[in-house]
Write a protein that binds this ligand. Sequence first.
Ligand SMILES: N[C@@H](CCC(=O)N[C@@H](CS)C(=O)NCC(=O)O)C(=O)O
Length: 87
Amino acid sequence: MSLKLYYDLLSQPSRALYIFLKVCNIPFEGKLVNLGKGEHLTSEYKKVNPFQKVPAIEHNGLNMFERYCFVVIFLQMFLIQKLLDAM
Ligand SMILES: N[C@@H](CCC(=O)N[C@@H](CS)C(=O)NCC(=O)O)C(=O)O
């Protein structure tokens, strides 16, 4: 599983997602996007998130932008994995 989290810890939704991934022990590669330096406004980042906001997630070629979507999707993945591990 290659999961990339684009975030800036100054952003509340980024912090929520960062903490969620850590607490659930979901491995991810952190990609810092410095809002103060305008790194979210680059054309390179626009390819990751056309809305040019953080957080964003890249997972298996799929890009996602809304923190609530991530939480629902990853909670399902996390719970399914826990169930499989318990079998
Ligand atoms: N609804 C989005 C909100 C994302 C959002 O508004 N992020 C802000 C930081 S908290 C942002 O990237 N702002 C940069 C800008 O608007 O230029 C979510 O929950 O993920």
